[in-house]
Write a protein that binds this ligand. Structure first.
Ligand code: ADP
Length: 268
């Protein structure tokens, strides 16, 4: 399936058309993405899932302008990324995109306040006190502004990272396994926070995850297999997501221990 339609009314903040990303040379070519077309509406929360090696990271990197597709186009907030020079891309990422990573990626020497306001200062903008206070309140860290990341729990650190992503009011926040390093309870808190940013703040969020429970917090779950979007579920339960993953996993688990011996080929 090439084009899974976006919800009709919402304006598309992220748009990929016929995106292909090929690694390697002519002899060992791997199409990490192989003709992906998708639109992600403003104020929506999308999870991207798929077996290991299905192209999730490549999707995220291409959609976020961290990597350039071999062919096809990526539009971000109405801007075509392909003609942009590296400096323009960096500027666009800094101003229009927020990132949340599994490993939080906070600066250990800086306080919570300085970590959160760093993107503004990098962009040469003076942080507005009211806006900073509001975002710290929203993530429940108003009392921790002078703490350093090392003094915080994993969940609190990820909330700092979310505040840092929200502070620039980006067109879209990309999450790369944002709950991957958290326990179930803390992960749910973080996902609820992301959900609230979408619901109350109109934030657009795209998150790669392995976790069906995490994906079930999204409005829509997109499934990748072998570099292609193969299905999508709207507001699914974790069980429905897990079932779909099991289905795709049967294809994706052909590695090391489970790989069939030569001659026993797996047919698809
Ligand atoms: P996922 O995130 O779903 O595990 P990736 O997007 O990381 O999948 O990778 C998709 C495919 O592209 C895999 O076959 C992977 O080996 C290949 N790939 C990804 N990055 C590179 C790279 N830099 N060089 C060569 N192959 C790559």
């Amino acid at each position: 399936m090439n084009g899974i339609a976006a919800p009709p009314a919402a304006q598309e903040v992220v748009r990929l058309d016929a995106v292909r990303k090929v690694y390697g040379g002519p002899k060992n070519e791997v199409a990490a993405l192989n003709g992906v077309s998708i639109g992600l509406g403003q104020g929506t929360f999308t999870a991207v899932m798929g077996p290991s090696g299905s192209g999730k990271s490549t999707f995220l990197h291409c959609a976020a302008g961290l990597d350039r597709p071999t062919s096809g186009t990526v539009m971000l907030d109405g801007v075509d990324l392909s003609p942009l020079k590296e400096r323009q891309l960096t500027k666009l990422r800094r101003e229009r995109i927020g990132f949340i990573f599994q490993a939080f990626n906070l600066l250990p020497a800086l306080t919570v306040l300085d970590n959160v306001t760093l993107p503004l200062r990098l962009a040469g903008t003076r942080p507005k006190k009211a806006a900073v206070n509001e975002v710290l309140e929203r993530v429940g860290l108003a009392g921790k502004r002078t703490s350093r990341p090392g003094e915080l729990s994993g969940g609190q650190q990820q909330r700092v990272a979310i505040a840092r992503a929200l502070i620039t009011q980006p067109a879209v926040i990309f999450g790369d396994e944002p709950t991957g390093a958290l326990d179930t309870y803390t992960a749910r808190e973080v996902l609820t926070l992301l959900r609230e940013a979408v619901q109350w703040g109109g934030q657009t969020i795209v998150m790669v995850t392995h976790d069906p429970v995490a994906a079930s917090h999204a409005d829509r779950v997109l499934f990748l297999a072998d570099g292609q979007l193969v299905s999508a579920l709207e507001r699914p339960t974790a069980d429905q997501v897990a079932e779909q993953m099991t289905h795709l996993g049967a294809w994706g688990n052909r590695t090391a221990a489970t790989a069939p011996q030569a001659g026993h080929g797996v047919h698809r």
